[in-house]
Design a binder for this molecule. Structure first.
Ligand code: NAD
Length: 299
């Protein structure tokens, strides 16, 4: 007989909805107090269909939270110089408080140079070397949205993460590395695993907190997960099969019933990422306008 699925679901959709509601409230206060409206500029180069969907969703949710959204759609053959001069313009524009360049960029563009051309005070993705350095040294930074959202989910679930063993699988600049920094800031004992890690299943079994950001459908099997662990599945993988394609995570969800709690895919980390982008835009606005108020009030 199959064991009952006992893990609690970590409902990112509902936590994100309540965060967005608080952000919209904060935006209304900002408008009433200052007469200004926080603004987010998103730059999309080329026609990657997944990126186009993300940009549309960011635009819709930015406006729904009462902020201004400026979407710049550039042709796929945009030159590095043209992109850099658009960033100069956005950096100088007082109506733009946050700037995001949708990744991945077409291969002829130098992504690191582009990201580092964004004014760090407007870098709402938190990928600029200056924000990465501030985060790594425990100073006020604009923090990458996905790991920020994962940390909020973990804190909502566990309150105090201090002393817990956390394993982050994946070491990208976008998710894995900042995730490890944030968990260290919460006083977890952090291990980072990646494609060259040996004995990954055994390492997983030592983790009280498991954050998986790899991009391989259902790679983490149920018997890798420690009973009672809290599992955050960042992966978004499209799987073709019989019927319609399905979206699955990096964790074999159906086998994870003995975890204490797990994020579903979809409906876990994804909604938190956009909510955190909106939160970062408000944080950026506040820091640009009132240097002593450091963070979005609801964080
Ligand atoms: P990436 O490709 O930049 O990094 C993947 C990491 O996984 C690398 O560090 C690599 O070493 C590691 N890896 C690869 N194969 C491995 C293996 N067999 N064992 C252990 N580690 C392995 O990817 P990324 O940008 O960090 O994204 C990871 C996943 O998260 C993707 O599925 C992506 O779609 C998803 N993602 C989701 C959100 C969201 O909002 N939910 C946001 C960003 C990324």
């Amino acid at each position: 007989m199959q064991k009952a699925f006992e893990a609690a679901l970590i409902d990112g959709k509902s936590l994100a909805a309540s965060l967005v509601e608080r952000i919209a409230g904060d935006v209304a206060v900002i408008k009433a107090e200052t007469g200004q409206t926080p603004g987010l500029a998103v730059v999309l180069v080329g026609e990657d269909p997944a990126s186009a969907v993300y940009v549309k969703s960011k635009h819709r949710q930015t406006e729904a939270a009462g902020m201004r959204s400026f979407v710049h759609r550039l042709p796929v053959d945009t030159t590095q110089d043209a992109l850099m001069s658009l960033l100069d313009q956005l950096n100088a524009d007082p109506a733009v408080n946050g700037i995001l360049v949708q990744l991945p960029l077409p291969p002829h563009l130098e992504a690191a140079e582009v990201i580092n051309a964004i004014n760090p005070a407007k870098d709402v993705d938190g990928f600029h070397i200056s924000n990465a350095g501030l985060l790594a040294t425990g100073q006020e930074a604009l923090v990458p949205c996905t790991p920020l959202g994962c940390t909020m989910l973990l804190k909502d679930r566990l309150s105090d993460l201090s002393g817990l063993n956390a394993l982050v699988i994946g070491k990208s600049n976008i998710v894995g590395k900042p995730m490890a920094q944030l968990l260290m800031a919460e006083n977890c004992t952090v291990t980072v695993a990646h494609s060259r890690t040996r004995n990954l299943p055994e390492l997983c079994r030592t983790a009280d907190i498991l954050v998986v950001a790899v991009g391989r459908p259902e790679m983490v099997r149920g018997d890798w997960i420690k009973p009672g662990a809290t599992v955050i599945d960042v992966g978004i993988n499209r799987v073709e099969g019989k019927g319609k394609p399905r979206i699955v995570g990096d964790v074999a969800f159906a086998e994870a019933g003995h975890a204490a709690a797990i994020t579903p895919v979809p409906g876990g980390v994804g909604p938190m990422t956009i909510a955190c982008l909106l939160a970062n835009t408000v944080t950026a606005f506040r820091r640009q306008n009132k240097p002593n108020t450091t963070r979005f009030a609801a964080e």
